[in-house]
Design a binder for this molecule. Structure first.
Ligand SMILES: NC(=O)CC[C@H](N)C(=O)O
Length: 270
């Protein structure tokens, strides 16, 4: 079955068109709807199999990136998203979308009505550099069983954000995150073999390998089921091989590695 994807955009969202194109190239039908249209009719969520919050600067990142948008996911859209979470459906948040999902509590640690109120808090906050940063990074996939990440282990993607640093109130939360499969993606050394072993709270890669100082080098989080994913890197900006800065030297052609994430999502419904 070709899944229908709801890509929700808010004032300031700016990656919805290329995200829709990536899903449609993968064989899905993608509708880009404004958040206010969805708030008018929350039950329209039931017509979709994938819910996606794309990248951008929703509400201008005022009072913190993703904060205002996230409150809408807790409130009027709460019931519809609850049905998504209970059905065999998928939820994806890319960059600003990750900030929205985390701060709504749809991903671990973010609090909100979805969050497990008494668990240590986590958020996405300012990069250690204090700057907006755009660069390509190498990623290690810690959840190759995830609906969006199947068959992916070691991939490069671009980042472009100011508030991409995962910060936690208690580093001990990492044990629970690892146990529950919440760590989906980590930043990796640009060159050489991927170092063995899982995430550790006290060791992080130096910049620019970890571009923002994110706790335990985390670049993406998952829910326990492996059907909700939030990530700071932009897979929709690597749909075509020639989007890679070294595509000629690497002899890349055809699709970019980011397309695998969208194809995995569509194939989930086969
Ligand atoms: N590309 C994006 O989605 C950016 C997310 C957010 N506006 C930030 O700067 O961190």
């Amino acid at each position: 079955m070709s899944p229908r994807v709801l890509i929700v955009r808010a004032p300031g969202t700016n990656c919805d068109e290329e995200t829709a194109r990536a899903f449609e190239t993968a064989g899905a039908t993608a509708d880009r709807l404004h958040l206010f249209r969805v708030l008018e009719e929350p039950d329209l969520l039931d017509r979709y199999q994938i819910f996606c919050v794309p990248g951008g600067f929703s509400y201008g990142d005022d009072i913190g990136s993703g904060v205002i948008f996230s409150r809408h996911l807790n409130g009027p859209l709460g019931e519809g998203l609850g049905r998504f979470l209970n059905a065999d459906k998928l939820i994806l948040g890319i960059c600003n979308g990750f900030q929205v999902l985390l701060k709504s509590g749809l991903l671990p640690g973010g609090g909100g009505t979805w969050g497990r109120q008494n668990e240590p808090a986590a958020t996405l906050t300012w990069n250690e550099s204090g700057r907006y940063d755009c660069r390509w990074v190498r990623l290690r996939v810690d959840r190759p069983d995830h609906a969006f990440l199947r068959g992916m282990t070691d991939v490069e993607m671009p980042i472009a954000h100011a508030e991409g640093r995962i910060a936690v109130s208690d580093p001990a939360v990492l044990d629970e995150w690892v146990k529950n499969g919440h760590v989906a993606l980590r930043y990796a050394p640009r060159k050489g073999e991927l170092p063995p072993g899982g995430p550790t709270a006290d060791v992080t890669l130096a910049a620019p390998d970890n571009p923002n100082g994110s706790f335990a080098d985390i670049a993406g989080l998952s829910d326990a089921s492996g059907k909700v994913l939030g990530l700071m890197p932009h897979p929709e900006r690597f749909q075509y091989a020639h989007q890679h800065p070294r595509w000629t030297r690497l002899g890349l052609s055809g699709e970019g590695a980011g397309m695998k994430l969208f194809r995995n999502a569509v194939e989930w419904f086969d």
